[in-house]
Design a protein around this ligand. Structure first.
Ligand SMILES: Cc1cc2nc3c(=O)[nH]c(=O)nc-3n(C[C@H](O)[C@H](O)[C@H](O)COP(=O)(O)OP(=O)(O)OC[C@H]3O[C@@H](n4cnc5c(N)ncnc54)[C@H](O)[C@@H]3O)c2cc1C
Length: 725
């Protein structure tokens, strides 16, 4: 039976059925078996329905596959004989040397090459006309350890930087979490819960675990593959920083390697970003303090190869023992190693963990007591450390204080990541939130340095990220308390903080979206429209939240593509048009009129002379019409723009909402609640957050103009079309 015929029959049979219940009983059955069963003449009606539903569930699963659909566009300005087309060729004469000396003047100086500094460096390394340097006090790349949890949202960001596949291949995928508590007699342990880790449909990517050191390598590779070949300048420590009223920031840097010990370098920077961790010197130079709880709970971290008769070593597992404390098992990448977060004794308010003389052996002894009666034999230790933090936060993430000065001054010094917030490792938030800070800031700095946005845009970094950090601190305080609490026993002799294991599991489940990193919602402001009157046109693309990807079909070549994956971390805004029911090729259609407005008015207004027409505002369209019924060359020119030195056309701007060959059907209109009658336009920030939803037609044109005028700089006297209309 031809697949299309089979499919159309299926959709008819499906209406009105309770899909969930059937799928639960059916599981994933190979497709050939389903088709064979369905063709058997004696298949009863109910069984046929089950077969159909299971088949569709498989299609759905394929459509959500995270490893699908990498974008790949290259050779725009001619064939380059590079062996890897995704690595840009270096255009200069000699590859730059980042180690021997620093330039006296830079656009952006990043202090610290942890996850925040590396993401920011990678973002800025993509812009050859921005001079960026990262200084790092360590002598080279991180070799081992530190954080490990990567949220779904973080993998979406990696996708935008082009290396999600490598992470997915190498990392451990967190599919399930189990909970263990004391057994009924109090002498052993029993599994009290086993839940899926991430709610269905949160993201096309899973929650994974990968060693921070490996992640650093991937960032270093991504920077090296950029047009600037950026890399951190190692063995250099920021010694002091002066922030004059006007003019560049002056930073004194000390070299700390043997060969150059004591040598000083001075760098003047237009912008400085402190990604220098929890003891941030940049934060101190700005006169800010961390406020909040001092560390009074220390956790041992042990990456080890062990043998044990405990069955859940390959699942993320929280164990609360009766009297010996708690452990969190995080299986590591590679299939054998696991990480153990081991609860240590509570510290007194003025006590530091250093005074406790913790050793790897004492961690192992504690772990053995918690695992009892299961065995726990450590065969090899890859990394161990004691991690001691409280929940702490700075009031300001930039140098413009008080707020009354905002009209006169724009920020020039920023802090990101652990430099502005610290918290426990329980929910694997540390490096994720740090990278999200940097992702929020990177494109803003680039737009201001490129002259396409007003520097007042930079105020939004503090406005947006300080509030998110506050939520994180509150969440972490709660989960740390639950984690450290003793489990309630049946005998009723518990201390007052003891909790029922079910309460812990319930909180864990309810906070799933937060822990996946998809709960972030920016409040109305310069970049988030307060006009929600058209939210109904695209119900699931909530204004202020990240644009959640969905599969569509590329019109020009019938390739299934994740729409979110065309939103590369390249500093461009996306204007995503969803077509209405009318014929998009007709000059009187709303979509055609909106495209006219974009190409003749809005885009030329903000696009610098000679730049490609999509270099600042990148227009994409999704149509309801089948690709078979529309010719791409009959669509408005902005959807098939001429670009590059030869003025060749870009065929990858238009998509349709229809089934693919073999990779399922995303059903974006249905799944994201797009109004099929009216269509709409969604404005998406360079870091993929939804800024506004506007209608097709006149009203929407005015709204778009007003929105972008709020922070973008008109590029007077240009046509913004690179000569190719
Ligand atoms: C020892 C340790 C263990 C950790 N374990 C865990 C864990 O198990 N789980 C978890 O979730 N999180 C853990 N964390 C926290 C997690 O690593 C951080 O949340 C995350 O790395 C924050 O990223 P960041 O880029 O903001 O800062 P960091 O990763 O701290 O990076 C800051 C960088 O700045 C450099 N630097 C500092 N000062 C200067 C200076 N003056 N000049 C130049 N360079 C400077 C540092 O060398 C460092 O490379 C751990 C952190 C540490 C330090």
């Amino acid at each position: 039976m031809p697949c299309s015929l089979f499919l159309s029959g299926l959709s008819g049979m499906l209406l009105g059925h309770e899909v969930k219940e059937v799928l639960k009983s059916h599981g994933t059955v190979p497709l050939f078996r389903l088709v064979r069963d369905l063709r058997a003449g004696d298949t009863p009606a109910r069984r046929r329905r089950d077969i159909v539903l299971a088949f569709l569930s498989q299609l759905h699963a394929t459509a959500q596959s995270p490893v699908l659909n990498r974008k790949m566009q290259f050779h725009l300005n001619g064939f380059k004989g590079s062996h890897d087309p995704l690595q840009l060729l270096y255009e200069g004469e000699q590859e730059p040397d980042f180690q021997s000396s620093l330039p006296e003047e830079v656009d952006v100086l990043i202090i610290g090459a942890g996850p925040a500094g590396q993401l920011l460096g990678t973002q800025l390394s993509r812009f050859p006309n921005i001079t960026t340097r990262i200084i790092e006090s360590k002598p080279g790349r991180l070799v081992q350890g530190q954080a490990d949890g990567l949220q779904c949202r973080t993998i979406e960001i990696f996708e935008a930087f082009g290396f999600s596949e490598r992470v997915l291949k190498e990392a451990y995928w967190v599919n399930e979490t189990t909970f263990w508590s004391p057994s009924e007699d109090g002498k052993g342990l029993r599994r009290t819960g086993r839940i899926r880790d991430t709610e269905d449909g949160l993201s096309e990517f899973p929650h994974v675990i990968l060693n921070q050191a490996r992640l650093h390598d991937l960032w270093l590779d991504a920077m090296k593959g950029s047009a600037t070949r950026l890399e951190p300048s190692y063995s250099r420590q920021m010694a002091s920083m002066k922030i004059p009223e006007t003019g560049p920031i002056e930073v004194e840097i000390e070299r700390v390697d043997e060969a150059h010990k004591g040598q000083k370098e001075k760098v003047r920077a237009k912008y400085v970003v402190g990604c220098d961790g929890s003891r941030s010197g940049v934060r101190r130079a700005m006169g800010y303090e961390m406020k909040g709880d001092f560390a009074n709970q220390a956790w041992g971290v042990l990456d080890a190869l062990v043998t044990t008769d405990f069955p859940d070593l390959r699942l993320k597992t929280a164990i609360h023992s009766a009297d010996a404390g708690s452990i969190l098992i995080i299986p590591r990448e590679g299939g054998y190693m696991a990480r153990f977060y081991i609860e240590m004794d509570k510290l007194n308010p003025d006590e530091r963990i250093a005074s406790k003389n913790v050793t790897a052996e004492s961690l192992i002894e504690t772990a053995k007591r918690i695992f009892h009666p299961f065995t726990f034999d450590v065969k090899h230790i890859a990394y161990w450390s004691v991690y001691e933090v409280g929940q702490r936060l700075t009031d300001h993430f930039d140098d413009v204080v008080p707020k009354t000065e905002r009209e006169q001054r724009n920020p020039r010094v920023f802090i990101a990541g652990d430099a502005c917030h610290t918290h426990s490792a329980k929910a694997g938030q540390g490096m994720n939130v740090s990278m999200n800070d940097a992702y929020n800031l990177g494109w803003k700095l680039a737009s201001v340095l490129h002259g396409t946005a007003d520097p007042k845009l930079l105020h939004t970094y503090n406005d947006e990220r300080q509030g998110i950090a506050k939520l994180l601190i509150d969440f972490d305080r709660k989960i740390s308390k639950l984690f450290a609490a003793k489990p309630k026993g049946k005998d009723g002799k518990d201390d007052k903080d003891a909790i029922d294991p079910a309460v812990f599991q319930d909180y864990f489940e309810r906070q799933g979206r937060f822990m996946a990193g998809v709960e972030t919602k920016y409040h109305p402001g310069m970049l988030t429209s307060n006009d929600t009157s058209h939210q109904d046109l695209a119900k699931s693309f909530e204004i202020g939240t990240r644009f959640q990807s969905c599969q569509v079909l590329r019109l020009a070549d019938a390739k299934p593509v994740q729409l979110g994956h065309v939103m590369d971390a390249d500093g461009r805004w996306r204007i995503v048009i969803f077509g209405d029911k009318s014929d998009a090729t007709s000059s009187s259609s709303p979509i055609n009129k909106t495209c006219d407005f974009l190409s003749n008015t809005l885009i030329p207004r903000y696009t610098p002379a000679k730049a490609d027409i999509d270099s600042v505002l990148d227009v994409r369209a999704v149509l309801q019409t089948s690709r078979k019924d529309v010719s791409i060359s009959d669509l408005p020119g902005i959807l098939l723009p001429h670009k590059g030195v030869f003025g060749v056309q870009d065929y990858e701007k238009v998509f349709t909402d229809e089934a693919s060959y073999g990779y399922g059907f995303g059903e974006i209109y249905k799944n994201r609640g797009i109004d099929a009658e009216k269509g709409c336009v969604i404005l998406v920030r360079p870091d993929q957050y939804v800024s506004a939803i506007v209608p097709l037609g006149e009203e929407g044109h005015g709204m778009m103009r007003e929105f972008f005028d709020g922070f973008m700089k008109p590029q007077e006297g240009t046509n913004g079309t690179n000569g190719h209309v």
